[in-house]
Write a protein that binds this ligand. Structure first.
Ligand code: NDP
Length: 240
């Protein structure tokens, strides 16, 4: 039986590339998304991957959504916490809403998704949890106090949970992408984007598929001894 993988924010950008790469690697894949029905429908049409709509920021919706995926596809072996948003602002102008929305999605969303799948993974003595953090969780970024805090929190979560899951055959790892050419980065003004690219030693944005290949590796049996780790994939922009 093929292993089942659930990818949050799986219908666009990095998440979509992760879904496709996992499908090609032989997994049965479910792609969660938040609200962009049109992108989700197009994604299924192109890939044949089933999509499931709920917000990772809502714990009860995650419990119900995961139950539906498991009923239709089987127990979740691989969880990829990829959904994420930005609400950028310099701190002196940042509203409580901008802070809270990013924490709710990018940090609490990881709890909300991992908590319901964890007991099943423990019982079955196998699991893979991969969380997409960010270079800006490692180094901090002006204008992103909310995002940097959430993404750094994801790394702490990963290291703590790796210790709890180890004896149960569950690995918990993170990936910190640098700047990748998705909607999130293309929404940044072109001038700012050019300035970002000038700081990337390889001289270009990363491609979603380059992050997807890291996920496929961490999900594989070959990566069974790797847990609590962070793969840094940023074109040489920042060294931990
Ligand atoms: P995109 O904005 O291109 O896509 C985001 C995806 O997340 C969409 O599928 C979206 O669904 C979904 N999503 C957003 N909010 C929620 C929610 N509350 N519940 C469920 N799904 C949600 O993002 P990227 O592909 O660029 O980023 C993916 C991840 O990688 C994020 O965690 C991001 O922080 C991280 N990252 C990205 C980098 C980059 O340069 N792009 C760099 C470093 C990290 P919908 O289509 O319905 O809106």
């Amino acid at each position: 039986m093929a292993r089942v993988a659930l990818v949050t924010g799986g219908t666009r950008g990095i998440g979509a590339a992760i879904c496709v790469a996992l499908k090609e690697a032989g997994y049965t894949v479910a792609a969660n998304f938040a609200g962009n029905e049109e992108a989700a429908a197009k994604f299924t049409e192109e890939t044949g991957i089933k999509t499931y709509k709920w917000s990772v920021a809502d714990y009860d919706a995650c419990v119900a959504g995961i139950a539906k995926v498991e009923e239709e596809l089987g127990p979740i072996d691989v969880l990829v916490n990829n959904a994420g948003i930005t609400r950028d602002s310099m701190f002196h102008r940042m509203t409580r809403e901008q802070w809270q929305e990013v924490i709710d999605t990018n940090l609490s969303g990881v709890f909300n998704m991992t908590h319901p799948v964890w007991p099943g993974m423990r019982e079955r003595k196998f699991g893979r949890v991969v969380t997409i953090s960010s270079i800006n969780g490692q180094k901090g970024q002006a204008g992103q106090a909310n995002y940097s805090a959430a993404k750094a929190g994801d790394l702490g979560f990963t290291k703590a949970l790796a210790q709890e899951g180890a004896r149960a055959g569950i690995t918990v790892n993170a990936i910190c992408p640098g700047y990748i050419g998705t909607d999130m980065v293309m929404a940044v003004p072109e001038k700012v984007r050019d300035a970002i690219i000038s700081q990337i030693p390889v001289g270009r944005l990363g491609e979603p598929e380059e992050i997807a290949r890291c996920v496929v590796f961490l999900a594989s049996d070959d990566a069974g001894f790797i847990t609590g780790s962070t793969i840094t994939a940023n074109g040489g922009q920042f060294f931990v």
